[in-house]
Design a protein around this ligand. Structure first.
Ligand SMILES: *Cc1c(COP(=O)(O)O)cnc(C)c1O
Length: 370
């Protein structure tokens, strides 16, 4: 019998979350963002639930090749574009669209020999100061690209730094609109947080634009937790991390739990030891009190997370014991949901990081019920 830990990917949740996002921006086409191996879900496993997208956006050329090998004939967009000249050959061969975010990438494109001109997304740095051309340099870059025989079509693009927070997106949209106003071409601006929080705002009518780029919300994580949770946004977890109780201890008052003895029992308690630790991708930073489901009922972790194990409180769950189902995040057999965002928040991080960091040793299955 293998160690009982397991990730399950839920295609029906991916489909439902996608439909939810589409309803928010009904006139925009949707890039399903599948970078980082579909946010840790596995591109091959996620594909089934994401066939309803208009294209896939990612950054790893190998992941793009895998999608083509899986017979995805639709658009693929490289979000960081080419890293070196020969990447453009793969773009020509596989028909990849790619971001152009700097002058060096325009230089590479100008030297590239291709029979089929490329579709490029010209990225503006409208304030995030990560990738992109500054507004003052943008129009010149657009004119350079527009003059290249290697380029067929140019879409305008930018990325928001604060779509999930109080600063919002309006200041970056003003910069973007001012610099692109009279240029032809489609536009793409919004990530998950912008779609959910701002697309319906009457003062931001072009936010959805021609293409939206949701990532984390597709996978059933709220981009602005704890301000709003997945129930608020109508999203469902696309990933469940589950394991089982592999041992039980009865504690007396004063007994401690785990390395460092950070938890001390205030009275008699029953605890379960679960086969899941930080070597599986469960964050070691999660303190005593992090929520967890045992047999679909909410309880809490106790003490430090070890490499391969974690302790949970069974005191109020007398029917739970050796072999009981434990849901670290996602959906329990009885339908109860524990969002990845709650666990991430307890560990001082975000759902994005946990879903991307599930360790390779954890087996992954696609939900057979979907
Ligand atoms: C990752 C990424 C997205 C998706 O962001 P989410 O917050 O996961 O929705 C969109 N656009 C770009 C450029 C990205 O890098």
């Amino acid at each position: 019998m293998p160690r009982p830990i397991q990730v399950t990917v839920h295609p029906e949740a991916l489909r439902a979350n996608l439909a939810r996002l589409r309803a928010e921006t009904p006139d925009a086409r949707v890039w399903g963002v599948v970078k980082a191996n579909a946010y840790g879900h596995g591109i091959e496993r996620a594909l089934e639930g994401l066939r309803g997208v208009d294209g896939f956006a990612l950054l790893d050329l190998d992941e793009a090749s895998r999608l083509r090998a899986l017979d995805w004939r639709g658009p693929l967009l490289l979000l960081e574009g080419a890293f070196e000249t020969r990447d453009l050959e793969l773009c020509s061969r596989l028909g990849l669209w790619h971001v152009v975010h700097c002058e060096e990438q325009i230089d590479m494109l100008a030297l590239h020999k291709t029979h089929t001109p490329h579709r490029v997304f010209l990225k503006m740095n409208s304030g995030m100061n990560r990738l992109g051309l500054r507004p003052a340099a943008y129009r010149n870059a657009w004119a350079r690209l527009n003059a290249l025989p290697q380029v067929e079509e140019i879409t305008h693009m930018t990325h928001f730094s604060d779509a999930d927070g109080p600063l919002g997106v309006a200041h970056q949209m003003r910069v973007f609109d001012a610099a692109t106003r009279d240029l032809p071409g489609e536009r793409s601006l919004s990530n998950s947080a912008a779609i959910l929080r701002h697309a319906a705002a009457p003062d931001l009518p072009h936010l959805a634009a021609d293409w939206v780029r949701p990532g984390v919300a597709i996978y059933g994580s709220s981009p602005d937790f704890p301000a709003h949770d997945i129930a608020h946004w109508g999203l469902m977890p696309a990933m469940t991390l589950a394991s089982r109780v592999i041992g039980v201890q009865a504690l007396q008052a004063g007994d401690t739990v785990g390395y460092g003895s950070t938890f001390s029992a205030p009275g008699a308690m029953r605890i379960g030891i679960v086969a899941c630790g930080y070597a599986d991708g469960y964050p070691r930073q999660c303190p005593t009190g992090t929520p967890v489901l045992v047999q679909g009922r909410r309880t809490r972790t106790l003490g430090r997370v070890s490499m391969d194990m974690i302790a949970v409180d069974l005191t109020a769950l007398p029917e739970a014991g050796f072999g009981s189902e434990v849901t670290l995040w996602g959906r329990a057999a009885n339908g109860q949901v524990l969002s990845i965002d709650e666990v991430a928040h307890a560990g001082g991080t975000v759902g994005y990081e946990l879903m991307c960091a599930v360790a390779p040793r954890v087996p992954v299955q696609v939900d057979p019920a979907a």
